[in-house]
Design a protein. Structure first.
Length: 102
């Protein structure tokens, strides 16, 4: 099992709300249709006048992540709708093998 983590941030208020709606209403539902996708979480925390988001997705394998991310699984996938409301975001994603699950 592999966890993919990506970070972005948006101004507190309407832009952060728009990003949240986009990810939970469009991106995460699309991921459900991909073979090997297991679950997804959107984490958020307020940092001053910004909201930092962590998108955490769980996959069966690195091969299954390629069905979403393409050949360079380390590159972030940030759709234009998300880019339009984010003030900053990582252009990469990190992957971790699950070593233990309780």
């Amino acid at each position: 099992m592999i966890v993919r983590i990506w970070r972005g941030q948006a101004p507190l208020g309407a832009k952060a709300d728009a990003y949240h709606a986009h990810v939970t209403g469009t991106v995460f539902p699309q991921l459900k249709a991909l073979a090997g996708h297991q679950e997804a979480w959107l984490l958020r925390r307020e940092v001053g006048s910004e909201v930092e988001f962590l998108a955490v997705t769980v996959w069966e394998s690195l091969a299954s992540i390629r069905s979403f991310a393409g050949g360079d699984i380390g590159a972030a996938i940030v759709e234009p709708q998300a880019r339009s409301v984010l003030s900053d975001f990582d252009d990469f994603a990190r992957h971790y093998e699950v070593a233990f699950k309780a």
